[in-house]
Design a protein around this ligand. Structure first.
Ligand code: WAQ
Ligand code: MG
Length: 617
């Protein structure tokens, strides 16, 4: 009695359309927990919450036990390579018409079951072509948790049963889950996983069962597939190897054209890629200051700022930044990313509301998320929308509005006077990230307030890593604000103080920025020259700041254009999702004070030429 086995099945649908299905073969005492897990699974499917869930339990008096097919995995870069691999595996297994078999695959997309194909004549043998043939009544042992889909183990159990059916000699399968891009080919000798068989996001999937045998035996094959209960013994614990699951995710990144590669420096190319807008990262005086501080104070600061990590260079830089920005005080963080995380998460929390421009940098987005405050994203630079959203949020404990001053991937500028006016009207804190504005915007590079001749935002955030050529971030503002951040900002408190070298380098760069107005002037002149040279190229935008986006759209095309420019000696990176939205891939040209007129005009020429030949843009 206790050995008796039951088939437990779940099928969920919404408005008559299939949502999800799953099954297990269990002992009597596992029936209740399995039903409950399958119900949870039905309710959690991304295709939607079903309006009908069919749960069925049925005794299975005759359960066949078989061994799982051995598993191999082939890592491929994209679906094209994946399908070539399918062909190879089928050929190696003795199938002649592999191309045609693969070609028929798309006909299975609308089917709930599989196409049953004569492997040699390619005749379709399934009695119901709309539905196909379904393999059911199987499970694996051990069996994965039933409350969510384990693609691999469930597919391995299915394939092992299918290949055990009389006359079945092969199977090809791709999931119809849009994000699951790994598929497989099964033959008598094994289950061959192929890491990519479609593009991520593609909702089409299907199955082909390959049959070889007499026509009059097809009925028996279908009976086996649909009726015979089978438990598939998996030799190892049925778990995707951890590395394999990472490799599959990476392959999906590749398949979407989103894999990035790290280069080492600019590799001898003329760089339009970095944010060293004034060329100070390599200025001998800045390097000298870094070296001197390292010799005097050590390579590392040894502790966090509130313990013993605060050294004279930290205090000097903070005083210097405050006076440069016209603020009472400033606080320095190890990176710009941390400055945003630290300031936003300290200023707002549960019960507060933070308003964030839709195009804000990832560090602002992450700061908003970390804060625990309600996050309201307003349309890019839309001050009227912001105004309305602030009005709607009246009554919140504290409100913070945060915007990039110069948007890093579009190069456009926040209308600071309007921004401040709107924030003030609703008594919200105003915060502006001037990472790409410091040293760039304003006659002497002091940023947006100088550019517009207006007041400062409450929270002036910026970085030491762009025009200042070092690394780190800061927030400048009132004495109260800065002291508050010193006490409350976790990325400040629980982080080793920035190195003496990076702090001293930023300080030296700031002195150069103040002492040599010609630096900012030559950057401005270069920006004007490049804007003029690209005026006729419609894909090139910008002109207000050092950042010129070249809009391309398609991710792969953006990479191709970038590669074409590289062959001409220019380093202009392709910017893709997740840095910008999908389908809004672009090149990002960053102008520096150190670019020569020649370099600027030849890049402009390349972009202009490419627009016509389609070789580039
Ligand atoms: N019998 C026959 N065909 C089926 C069945 C079934 N029980 N279930 C699904 N199909 C067909 C149907 O056309 C689907 O559109 C298609 O197969 C894909 O089904 O090693 O999840 O359930 O990591 O989306 C492969 C795992 C996972 C690869 C396959 O298929 C790996 C998967 P899905
Ligand atoms: Mg299908």
């Amino acid at each position: 009695m206790s050995d008796r086995l039951y088939g437990v099945k779940m099928r969920a649908s919404l408005g008559g359309a299939h949502v999800s299905g799953a099954e297990r073969i269990v002992t009597a005492k596992r029936i209740a927990p399995t039903l409950s897990a399958l119900a949870r699974r039905a309710l959690a499917h991304e295709r939607g919450v079903p309006d009908s869930i069919n749960l069925k339990v049925e005794a299975q008096p005759d359960v066949l036990r078989i061994k799982a097919l051995p598993v191999t995995t082939t890592v491929v870069a994209d679906a094209e390579e994946g399908w070539a691999k399918v062909g190879e595996i089928l050929s190696a297994a003795g199938f002649a018409r592999t191309r045609e078999i693969c070609g028929l695959f798309r006909e299975t997309y609308p089917m709930r079951g599989a196409m049953l194909l004569d492997a040699d004549t390619l005749e379709r043998l399934e009695p119901d072509r709309e539905r196909g043939v379904r393999a059911t009544n199987m499970d694996s042992e051990p069996s994965p948790p039933a409350d969510r889909k384990n693609h691999f183990v469930e597919a391995l159990a299915l394939a092992s049963k299918v290949l055990a059916a009389p006359g079945i000699v092969g199977e090809v399968c791709v999931s119809d889950d849009p994000t699951y891009v790994t598929g497989y080919v099964a033959t008598k000798d094994g289950y061959h996983r192929i890491t990519v068989l479609k593009k991520s996001g593609d909702p089409s999937g299907g199955r082909i069962f390959l049959y070889r045998g007499p026509r009059d035996a097809v009925g028996e094959t279908i009976r086996f597939l649909e009726r015979q209960a089978v438990v598939v013994e998996c030799p190892q614990p049925p778990r995707t190897s951890r590395e394999e699951s990472l490799a599959a995710d990476l392959a999906a990144v590749d398949a979407a054209g989103l894999r990035r590669r790290m280069r080492v420096g600019s590799e001898g190319l003329v760089s339009f890629a970095d944010n060293d807008y004034l060329g100070l990262a390599n200025d001998p005086r800045v390097r000298e200051a870094a070296a001197k501080a390292a010799m005097e104070y050590g390579a590392g600061s040894g502790a966090s700022r509130l313990v013993t990590g605060t050294l004279p260079p930290h205090l000097e830089l903070e005083r210097h930044l405050a006076s440069f920005k016209g603020a009472d005080d400033a606080i320095v963080y190890s990176t710009g990313y941390m400055a945003n995380l630290g300031a936003i998460s300290a200023l707002v929390g549960k019960g507060d509301v933070v308003f964030s421009d839709a195009f804000n940098h990832a560090s602002i987005i992450d700061g908003c998320r970390l804060s625990g405050a309600e996050v309201v994203v307003y349309p890019h630079l839309d001050m009227d929308a912001l105004d309305g959203m602030l009005a709607a949020a009246r009554g919140a404990r504290r409100m913070l509005v945060v915007s990039d001053g110069v948007f890093s991937m579009d190069g456009d500028i926040l209308d600071l006077p309007r921004f401040l006016e709107v924030c003030k009207r609703h008594d919200a804190f105003s915060m502006v990230d001037e990472a790409h504005a410091l040293g760039v915007v304003g006659r002497t590079g002091r940023g947006l307030s100088e550019h517009f001749g207006c007041a400062h935002p409450d929270v002036m955030m910026g970085t030491l890593s762009k025009a200042l050529g070092s690394s780190g971030g800061y927030v400048a503002g009132s004495a109260t604000l800065v002291e508050y951040l010193r006490q409350k900002s976790r990325p400040f408190i629980f982080n080793t103080a920035p190195t003496p070298a990076s702090v001293a380098a930023a300080d030296a760069a700031l002195s150069l920025l103040e002492g040599e107005p010609g630096l900012v002037e030559s950057l401005h002149a270069n920006v004007r020259a490049f804007a003029a040279a690209t005026r006729g190229v419609p894909s090139v935008r910008g002109g207000e700041t050092a950042i010129f986006p070249v809009l391309v759209g398609d991710e792969r095309r953006a990479v191709a254009v970038s590669e074409a420019l590289e062959r001409r000696g220019f380093l202009v990176p392709a910017i893709r999702y997740p840095t910008v939205a999908r389908g809004e891939a672009r090149l990002r040209v960053a102008i520096s004070a150190r670019h020569s007129p020649d370099q600027l005009s030849s890049l402009a020429e390349c972009l202009a030429g490419g627009a016509e030949t389609a070789d580039l843009v």
